[in-house]
Design a protein around this ligand. Structure first.
Ligand SMILES: Cc1cc2nc3c(=O)[nH]c(=O)nc-3n(C[C@H](O)[C@H](O)[C@H](O)COP(=O)(O)OP(=O)(O)OC[C@H]3O[C@@H](n4cnc5c(N)ncnc54)[C@H](O)[C@@H]3O)c2cc1C
Length: 251
């Protein structure tokens, strides 16, 4: 079966997801844990479609990456609220434990990492683009893989950093290298990077092209395109670079 066919949403059934737990990650970001009867399982890095249907029959559909690793029984989504958005304000502000909506998936076989693929692993994320990268890192931890791994993660402000405590714990437990960069407000005493991801930062932080890292980049389109171009210019094999674009602009 070709990847295109395996990815075709028309072949996937809509399933009912029940919200069993909700947790705030940052002031604008919330995680939802879903119980989904009949979920076929997924790989780290894949996403799913969410479909919300109103009482008047109007429905809206959006894609969300799966934050939970394949080993978990519940599916975790981590959603950033866009004030003018249609679906994300519902998922981050209105939804309650016990609510149900429809999902279908998993989708996307190009942006996937499994422990047997090995490393090194170089992950570059912006804003909520951390979500599929986190599924990969959680899978790496659960599988007992200790392939060298580096995460370069761009956030607007310190308060916008998603999964910060878990990333710190993973760095201590699994040898993951984590480099944060802040693009908008940098607090006094900040020890990370202080600008948008650029070529010099990628070169200083990441693996060398000769190490042949598996690279995954996810976030706003601008960040993804820029980072991929810099990597290729630095001599990384374009075939080793996988990208996922979440939205039009910004972090
Ligand atoms: C494969 C994939 C995986 C995704 N995974 C996640 C995820 O894990 N977590 C998550 O929070 N989002 C994720 N997204 C983005 C998500 O699908 C929605 O686009 C987002 O939640 C906005 O939907 P909305 O209905 O609230 O806003 P809309 O009503 O669709 O849009 C409102 C306004 O915001 C702009 N906009 C839309 N999306 C973005 C964005 N991402 N950044 C900035 N501006 C935007 C639109 O152009 C429009 O002007 C993913 C997208 C894709 C394609």
């Amino acid at each position: 079966m070709t990847e295109a066919l395996r990815d075709a949403p028309a072949r996937l059934e809509w399933l009912t997801a029940e919200v069993v737990r909700i947790g705030d990650e940052t002031p604008r970001v919330r995680s939802l844990w879903l119980r989904v009867s009949g979920w076929p399982g997924h790989l780290a890095g894949q996403h799913l479609d969410v479909r919300l249907t109103g009482e008047d029959g109007y429905s809206a559909q959006r894609s969300y990456s799966i934050a939970s690793p394949p080993e978990d029984a519940l599916i975790e989504l981590t959603v950033q609220r866009l004030t003018a958005g249609e679906v994300s304000p519902y998922l981050t502000s209105e939804v309650a434990v016990g609510d149900r909506f429809q999902i279908r998936g998993p989708i996307g076989y190009h942006f996937v990492w499994t422990a047997d693929v090995g490393g090194p692993l170089f992950l570059i994320g912006g804003g909520s683009g951390i979500v599929p990268l986190m599924a990969m890192l959680r899978h790496r931890r659960n599988a007992g893989s200790r392939v060298p791994a580096i995460l370069l993660y761009s956030s607007r402000t310190e308060a916008d950093i998603i999964y910060r405590a878990e990333l710190e714990a993973m760095a201590a437990e699994t040898g993951l290298g984590v480099v944060h960069t802040l693009t908008d407000i940098v607090p006094a005493g900040w020890r990370g990077e202080k600008r948008r991801i650029d070529r010099a930062m990628i070169e200083a932080v990441g693996f060398r092209p000769a190490d042949r890292p598996h690279v995954f980049i996810c976030g706003p389109a601008g960040l993804v395109e820029t980072a991929a171009q810099h990597l290729v210019a630095l001599g990384h094999d374009a075939g080793m670079i996988k990208t996922e674009r979440f939205g039009p602009t910004g972090v």
